[in-house]
Design a protein around this ligand. Structure first.
Ligand code: ADP
Ligand code: DP6
Ligand code: CO
Length: 325
């Protein structure tokens, strides 16, 4: 019997990954850049044993159905190939993040699973190797191997597509992110399906791709300069463009809800009042607000006027993947 357990934190992209060049290997169309956060995470244990007659997947205490288990098995097949074993596995995972709600559960979930497998089968993968492996489960997971600011280099093949931490001289320690939990239900359109539909049908997709080099360069410069305004403006613009592409897809769709618009307006109002803060959104209705810690209280107070206390959760920069003994 071989066992391993790991914890990985979610990450939120400031420059979004939105579209695949290769669906099998999960190679992205563009580089993306994220911040790992400490408020939401996954802990996953994996046990490989000859006593199991098939793979089993338990999430938050419940055995998952055939479809969800099949996804895990496909990922475990990659791991079994690397570890040269045919043993079946039990995967026991706990999400300290709502699942499939646009809060990056696939990032923390698949990074934790990759880490647990590396430990269980003693695969000896370094961070780059772990990032490549996690990527095969969910693209955004390749960034959750590291803490702080992380860039996923799109690469050209399986070997060259992985994430790296970017030097920041602790800039991330000055920052906080306020999560507005507007809806924690599972979304109708998964990230995977949403980006596929956008790549295949959206007439705005090329425009999105054409603007990315400039956004990425500006955001990296903002990190180097510790320029919060430039960081926030670039992040917000990038998110709005990503969400714009879904409106021109066929059939069109949006991840926004009326509450998302209310939250975006609240951020703009805060800025008018002199509180520098910026929003981003992923494949779901929940809004995330980036702010310097010195203005965190002002943002939380404003959010608490609009939403219930339970819906407003603040996070700081989180750390990379950890093995749990
Ligand atoms: P999210 O916005 O939460 O990342 P996605 O649509 O990208 O939503 O991914 C949700 C999927 O990620 C789930 O349906 C499941 O397949 C996978 N996932 C989420 N949490 C875990 C976990 N702890 N272990 C394994 N897979 C997970
Ligand atoms: C909008 O990594 O969840 O959150 O690779 O298909 O599993 P798959 O998708 P996923 O997509 C994340 C999309 C995003 C932007 C981002 O995190 O960069
Ligand atoms: Co996801």
């Amino acid at each position: 019997m071989f066992k391993g357990k790991a914890r990985a934190y979610t990450n939120i992209a400031l420059i979004k990954y939105w579209g695949k060049k290769d669906e099998e290997f999960i190679l992205p169309m563009n580089n993306s850049l994220s911040l790992t956060l400490d408020a939401f995470y996954t802990e996953t244990e994996v046990i490989f044993s000859d006593t199991f007659t098939k793979d089993e997947f338990y999430l938050d205490g419940e055995q998952q159905d055939e479809k969800a288990t099949k996804k895990i098995s496909t990922f475990l097949d990659l791991v079994r190939e690397k570890g040269q074993t045919t043993l079946n596995a039990q995967v026991i995972s706990q999400n300290f993040v709502p699942t499939a709600a646009g809060l990056a559960s696939s990032a923390s979930g698949l990074a934790a699973l990759a880490g647990a497998c590396n430990e269980a089968l003693q695969l000896g993968l370094d961070n780059a190797g772990l990032s490549r492996l996690a990527r095969r489960g969910s693209g955004s997971a390749c960034r959750s191997i590291y803490g702080g600011f992380v860039e996923w280099e799109k690469g050209v093949d399986d070997f060259t597509s992985y994430a790296k931490q970017i030097p920041s001289d602790h800039f991330e320690d000055d920052l906080a992110m306020v999560f507005l939990l507007l809806n924690d239900q599972q979304k109708d359109v998964s990230s995977r399906d949403g980006m596929r539909r956008t790549v295949e049908t959206s007439s705005f997709y090329q425009g999105w791709l054409d603007s990315l080099d400039a956004d990425l360069a500006q955001l990296k410069q903002a990190i180097t300069d510790k320029n919060f305004q430039s960081l926030g403006e670039t992040m917000e613009r990038n998110a709005l463009k990503m969400h714009g592409t879904t409106l021109a897809a066929n059939p069109p769709f949006t991840y926004w809800s009326p509450d998302s618009l209310k939250a975006m307006q609240a951020v703009r109002d805060l800025r008018k009042q002199g509180v520098p803060c910026y929003f981003t959104m992923d494949a779901g209705p929940n809004v995330k607000i980036l702010v310097e810690k010195k203005h965190l209280a002002a943002v939380k107070t404003a959010c608490n006027h609009l939403f219930s206390e339970k819906q407003v959760v603040s996070a700081q920069a989180g750390s990379g993947i950890t093995i749990i003994k």
